[in-house]
Ligand binder design. Sequence first.
Ligand code: DGP
Ligand code: NA
Ligand code: NA
Length: 210
Amino acid sequence: ENGNRDNSRGALIVLEGLDRSGKTSQSTRLLSYLEQQGFSVESWRFPDRSTCVGEMISSYLANKSQLDDRTIHLLFSANRWEKRSLMEMKLRSGTTLLVDRYSYSGVAFSSAKGLDVEWCKGPEMGLLAPDLVLYLNIPPEKAAERGGYGGERYEQLEFQRKVAQHYKMLCDATWKIIDASLPMEDVEKQLREFVMDCIATCQIGKPLSQ
Ligand code: DGP
Ligand code: NA
Ligand code: NA
């Protein structure tokens, strides 16, 4: 009945941050909040370990296989590419996606190993651009204290310090930086406001971009 309504779509909202920054808990809480509000919403995560590529990534992270740094970088990226068309379909049909890690993780973690940042960005080009990136900012030392790491490959304080530095270089206009060392309820309250604004903008027809 009107032009805006035809262009209405779901929002692509990404949560980023160091390991143990609280992304997964917050995305679970956001999901139930948005569902209660009556929104069509799904919670996704990368790496998606359920696919063949995802199994290779999972085995690498568990130190059960060794891969060249560029090879694993391309696998993480391929794991996002294999979900791209489904992602677009969901967004265009009005479903908001809360995505735990995306291309920023890809670039921050690989460049923290010493790979060239521009090279790292290459395979991410053409993936859908997030409407909002929620960066859960936490000092690496504080994240490490939170009940310890799970023992996967990157869960080491020294490396997480490097990742934090590399994340900071990737910050752009779509980012909101949230102090993730605050109590969980306070973090959640801030996230809710950013998310609601973002969903409203996409509902009135903000175009989807790459
Ligand atoms: P998670 O399932 O969120 O705990 O992520 C697993 C680990 O993999 C975590 O240490 C972050 C890292 N990671 C996530 N995405 C990428 C990526 O695209 N590239 C690289 N190199 N590491 C990633
Ligand atoms: Na992890
Ligand atoms: Na992930």
